[in-house]
Design a protein around this ligand. Structure first.
Ligand code: FNR
Length: 386
């Protein structure tokens, strides 16, 4: 399915499904347990109606906004996602370049297959590094120092990974550590020879930000993943966030907060922003959709923190709804990964262009010429009086 025939993110998802062997596609597409949360993340947007205003001058739509202290050209940016090399040989570099061309924030995962230094050398636009507070605090400190040295504009601490969610699609396809691909998955590799040959010809899969640690320990790619998994620390508390806050002067974003009370605590320990997120439905199943929580978060923290809706964005109208409910911006995971799998940098740019066009059209039809024009009076929750 050529990119030019992909008219929305759902089409890009189908294109990604055709391009990727089943284990890789389901690794992007799947959620935890019964996948209730992953489904709700997107369907929750249907519970909100947009209320347009007419006869406003919408001859010029301005999408620019400010997030984490940086001016960006779109009200959405790219969330951190690990292991992009599995989906395209241009991996995180393709995504970062696309973000640069669209003038928006790029976030690199600790589990990226490109180093944070290489990303910093590649793009001049704002970038954020996603960090964990690991058992080996010296590695967390090392990341902070490397981000400072490379000029990262923001740090994003993911807090919803005390342990990995139960992703049953991955169990079925054998996308586990170490991989246990059964006959069905092996057949899927055989029927996607372009992907398999490409992986064989460019075998540069490595968790580039931590590779040096494991090289020291020996053990190759699998040893690396084992090492990273062994580093997730279930003892981490808000005291550790306070500790991290003291190490980093720039904007600190906490990603994976779902409770307004936790948002208040994050504010108290000096974080600047929250990504309201359930990890794209990959961690706690039955967690609510981020969009359903924005109002409560705004009530809890007022204007003292920036809020990002992270999860379920598949349409431009979703972005407008999140902002009308009180978010400052949205972030995307799967929407751009489908594009990456379908066509590398061009595919990511196609995803961003589709969403940008949809946001512009929605705002035009809503009578909103700028992001600041979008307000609570533009949205109505089904079943709730105005
Ligand atoms: C993720 N996400 C994620 N988050 C994070 O903090 N660190 C990571 O390494 C990853 N890795 C990752 C891989 C893949 C394949 C996906 C799909 C997601 C979660 C991501 O940042 C974001 O929270 C969700 O993707 C948002 O939901 P949507 O946009 O995918 O619905």
């Amino acid at each position: 399915m050529a990119l030019k025939h992909c008219h929305n993110i759902a089409d890009l998802r189908l294109a990604a499904e055709r391009r990727l062997p089943a284990p890789m596609f389901h690794y992007i597409d799947g959620g935890s347990d019964d996948e209730w949360t992953i489904a709700r993340n997107t369907s929750a947007f249907d519970d909100y109606q947009l209320l347009p205003e007419v006869l406003c001058d919408v001859s010029n739509i301005d999408l620019t906004t400010e997030i984490f202290g940086q001016h960006i050209d779109l009200p959405f940016f790219l969330a951190p996602t690990g292991m992009s090399r599995l989906f395209h040989h241009d991996k995180e570099l393709a995504v970062a370049r696309a973000a640069e061309n669209f003038g928006t924030f790029y976030s690199l995962s600790t589990l990226g297959t490109t180093s944070l230094e290489e990303i910093a050398q590649t793009i001049a636009t704002p970038k954020m590094f996603q960090i964990y507070i690991l058992k080996d605090r010296s590695l967390t400190l090392e990341f902070v120092a490397r981000c400072k040295a490379s000029g990262y504009e923001a740090l994003c601490l993911t807090v919803d990974m005390a342990m990995a969610g139960n992703r049953e699609r991955d169990l079925r396809t054998g996308m586990v550590m170490p991989p246990r691909f059964g006959l069905k998955s092996l057949w899927s590799f055989a029927t996607h020879p372009y992907w398999a040959m490409n992986m064989a010809l460019h075998p540069d899969f490595k968790l580039a930000n931590v590779a040096h640690r494991v090289d020291a320990l020996g053990g190759g790619a699998m040893g690396l993943i084992d090492y990273v998994n062994s580093q997730f620390d279930r003892t981490v508390t808000w005291d550790d966030v306070e500790w991290l806050r003291a190490q980093w002067d720039g904007p600190l974003v906490i990603k994976g907060v779902m409770s307004p009370a936790d948002a208040k605590t994050a504010n108290h320990v000096g974080a600047n922003a929250i990504m309201i997120s359930n990890h794209g439905g990959r961690q706690l199943d039955s967690a609510p959709a981020p969009v359903d929580m924005v109002r409560q978060f705004r009530d809890a923290v007022g204007g003292s923190m920036q809020l990002v809706v992270d999860g379920g964005i598949r349409r431009g109208k979703d972005v407008v709804k999140a902002i009308a409910l009180g978010a400052d911006a949205c972030s995307l995971g799967k929407a751009y990964l489908y594009g990456l799998a379908a066509g590398g940098q061009e595919g990511v740019e196609h995803a961003l262009a589709l969403l940008k066009t949809e946001v512009i059209r929605t705002m035009t039809l809503m009578g909103c010429a700028s992001i600041a024009d979008i307000g609570e009076h533009h949205i109505k929750q089904l079943g709730r009086n105005l």
